[in-house]
Design a protein around this ligand. Structure first.
Ligand code: FES
Length: 225
C-alpha cells in the first residue's frame, strides 16, 4: 500500500481499533494482501466498483480469470475505506485466489459469514464495510461475463418493492440493517418504511430478521454486538 494511502487509512481508522479486532483482522489491515498498488497498465479480465451508501467510501476490484477453467487467478482491490473494509477485502481476495482459485460460480456464492469466520469476526457496526469487497467482486464477475459475451450469466441484483407507497425495496432494508439498524424502529428512522403502507410491516420485520441472521451471526456468537 502506498505510504500516503496507508497513513490516510490508518489515521481514519485508529478510533476503530481497541479490543474489537482479532489478530487476523489486524494482520490483514496492516499487511493487506493483493492490494492494487498501481492499476495503470494492469490488464484485468473484469473490474468492479461499488460505493457504500452508509459512509460514501468506494471499493474497486480487479480479477484475472483462466478462460478455460473460469477460475480466478488473481484478485486485486483498492479502497480508501476503513480497517474492516480493508481486512475483509484482503481476506476475500485470498479466499477466491488460493488453492488454484475459485470458479466464478463459487466466488459469486461466497458469503460474508465465510469471510468473517476466517477473520475471527468484526464489530457489528462495521458489517456494511465488510460486504463492500464481495459486492465489487460480483460486479467484476459480471464485467468478465460481459467482456466474454456470456451475457446470460450476468446477475443484476434487483430490489423488490416492499413498501408500495414510498417505493422502498428489500435492498433498502438490507442497507439499513448493514448500517446497524437492527429493529423496526431503527429501520423506520432511516427509511420511513411502513409509515404510508403499514400493511408491509410484518414483511419488513421478517426481512430485518433475515438480514440480521445473514450478516450478524458472527457478532451474536462472539458477543461483541
Ligand atoms: S466506514 Fe466506510 S468502509 Fe468502513
Amino acid at each position: 500500500m502506498p505510504k500516503s494511502q496507508a497513513s490516510d487509512v490508518v489515521g481514519k481508522s485508529a478510533s476503530n481499533q481497541g479490543g474489537f479486532y482479532s489478530d487476523t483482522v489486524k494482520e490483514h489491515f496492516f499487511h493487506p494482501k493483493n492490494f492494487m498498488e498501481d492499476e495503470a497498465g494492469y490488464e484485468a479480465d473484469g473490474t468492479g466498483m461499488v460505493g457504500s451508501p452508509a459512509c460514501g467510501d468506494v471499493m474497486r476490484v480487479w480479477i484475472k480469470v483462466d478462460p478455460k477453467t473460469e477460475r480466478i487467478l488473481e484478485c486485486k482491490w483498492k479502497t480508501f475505506g476503513c480497517a474492516s473494509a480493508i481486512a475483509a477485502t484482503s481476506m476475500m481476495s485470498v479466499m477466491v485466489s488460493e488453492n488454484g482459485g475459485m470458479t466464478l460460480d463459487a466466488a459469486r456464492e461466497l458469503k460474508p459469514q465465510q469471510i468473517m469466520e476466517r477473520l475471527g469476526g468484526l464489530p457489528a457496526r462495521k458489517i456494511h464495510c465488510s460486504v463492500l469487497g464481495d459486492k465489487a467482486l460480483r460486479a467484476a464477475i459480471n464485467d468478465y461475463y460481459r467482456k466474454t459475451g456470456q451475457t446470460e450469466k450476468i446477475e443484476i441484483e434487483q430490489g423488490r418493492i416492499v413498501d408500495k407507497v414510498l417505493k422502498i425495496t428489500d435492498h433498502d432494508i438490507e442497507e439499513a440493517v448493514l448500517e446497524g439498524a437492527d429493529t423496526l424502529e431503527k429501520v423506520q428512522a432511516k427509511t420511513k418504511v411502513g409509515t404510508g403502507d403499514p400493511a408491509c410491516i410484518p414483511e419488513v420485520e421478517q426481512l430485518i430478521r433475515f438480514y440480521k441472521e445473514k450478516y450478524c451471526e458472527m457478532q451474536k456468537e462472539d458477543g461483541s454486538q
